[in-house]
Design a protein around this ligand. Structure first.
Ligand code: KG4
Ligand code: ZN
Length: 423
């Protein structure tokens, strides 16, 4: 079964053809990072406008890279929730129109489900080369008629940060080693960490999602982005903080862990803690304009703050995951999903703590703290599939169909900018 997956929930216009939920035949991602770097964040109206310009060329390229005509496509899957309203509208209206025109069944997929199912995609089983799945396309490289002038260089950030290059190697290593049907087993815990969400999900089987932990305020990715702003690091903040952290001392600044009961998170605390620590370090009062703090910081201080914050964020995530495991000792595997799963420090730390399976065997000089979690394999998507992409939408759709999901009415499909994964 070949499914065309379409994703436009935030600032990536993406389409992909995936076979049987696991084999990528094409994967085209046009990122708007180069546009929003200028503003330091996403402007929803601009994002929607850019999707409009890119969506048809992106879909056309996904089909041609896959060597597919419309006749070869069995279904269309599109992200309908959650996300930016205008962005979701462009993707869903396009998918609805194409489904009607080409008489294809249309499926609506929740964005967080897609992130989770990126862990089922098997890069090993690509049956033809994809269009550079590890790097988003530059919008300028596509045959667009109506593009505005944009920076020449394709300065779209790699979904994986520099420090995760090693993890990528380990991941690729593990992919090479593993049998083709090597997939996460149920029941499992999914740590979903993105720009808009931070959740721990409990899954007893395919398409059964129970939220057992969520953030009370900011999402962890949002917190990376805000800390980057305080430190004067470029948008998007996650990869910038991770890159700066490589030269920093993570023990330099002690940032408190928020005291949140149960499995819930809070990331507004660590963000404010960074702000206060920076103010203290450069000796200014809390009334000092935060956008000017960066001018007072040395590159080494920036690196130390980035490393200290990253370590705190990673520790908080893992702390809660360990608590979730205590509550669900029957857990058979852990999957990590969403843009922040590209973080190299998180990958390394997770593989250190959960040294099971092929994910960990390639890590050298590992200091395994104890054997408590040695039998729980941890899955990360390929860093190229950590961020938003169409392949994960197609993969999630495949497993929804397997679980008996029915196509939606292409004349009536709605969007839900804030709906929960449990609905
Ligand atoms: O899943 P995603 O691409 O979009 C949403 O669904 O929100 O996640 C984007 C988030 C951003 O906050 C970005 O800063 C963060 O993921 N991110 C990272 C890294 N790469 C992306 N955070 C930490 N380390 C990274 N390497
Ligand atoms: Zn996402």
């Amino acid at each position: 079964m070949k499914i065309l997956g379409i994703e436009t929930s935030c600032d990536e216009t993406a389409a992909s053809v995936v076979e049987d939920g696991v084999r990528i035949l094409s994967n085209v991602v046009v990122s708007q990072i180069d546009i929003f770097a200028e503003y330091g964040g996403v402007i929803p109206e601009v994002a929607a406008r850019s999707h409009l310009e890119a969506i048809l060329p992106v879909i056309r390229k996904a089909l041609s890279d896959a060597g597919c005509s419309w006749d070869d496509i069995d279904a269309i899957a599109v992200t309908h929730a959650p996300g930016l309203l205008g962005s979701l509208l462009v993707g869903t209206l396009t998918a609805r129109t194409l489904a009607i025109l080409h008489n294809k069944p249309l499926y609506a997929v929740h964005h967080l489900k897609s992130h989770v199912y990126a862990n089922w995609i098997d890069l090993n089983r690509q049956s033809r080369p994809t269009s550079s799945p590890s790097k988003p396309e530059s919008i300028d490289a596509l045959p667009l008629k109506a593009t505005k002038s944009r920076p020449e260089s394709d300065n779209c950030a790699e979904p994986a940060d520099d420090t995760s290059v090693n993890s990528l190697r380990h991941f690729v290593g593990c992919q090479e080693d593993r049998p083709n049907d090597y997939h996460p087993t149920f029941p499992l815990l999914a740590l979903v960490i993105s720009g808009g969400h931070t959740q721990i999900l409990y899954m007893q089987g395919h398409n059964q999602f129970e939220i057992i932990g969520t953030t009370n305020d900011d999402a962890v990715g949002e917190c990376f982005d805000k800390v980057a702003k305080i430190l004067g690091l470029p948008y998007p903040g996650g990869p910038s903080v991770a890159k700066a952290a490589t030269d920093g001392d993570s023990k330099k600044y002690k940032l408190p862990h928020p005291k949140v009961a149960g499995l819930n998170f809070s990331f507004s605390g660590p963000k404010t803690a960074v702000l206060r620590a920076v103010q203290k370090e450069v000796c200014v009062p809390s009334s000092y304009p935060s956008h000017k703090l960066k001018e007072l910081l040395t590159p080494q201080q920036v690196a130390n703050f980035a490393a200290s914050f990253q370590k705190t964020a990673v520790d908080i995530l893992i702390e809660k995951l360990k608590m979730a495991l205590e509550l669900h000792p029957e857990t058979k595997s852990i999957v990590v999903a969403g843009g922040v799963s590209a973080n190299g420090e998180l990958r390394n730390e997770m593989f250190r703590i959960f040294p099971s399976g092929r994910n960990a065997t390639k890590l050298e000089n590992l200091e395994v703290s104890n054997g408590a979690y040695s039998d729980i394999p941890v899955y990360f998507p390929s860093p190229s599939l950590s961020g938003d992409n169409g392949a994960m939408v197609a993969a999630a759709c495949y497993y929804e169909i397997q679980s008996g999901a029915e196509p939606v009415d292409p004349y009536a499909l709605n969007i839900y900018p804030r709906i929960s994964i449990e609905n």
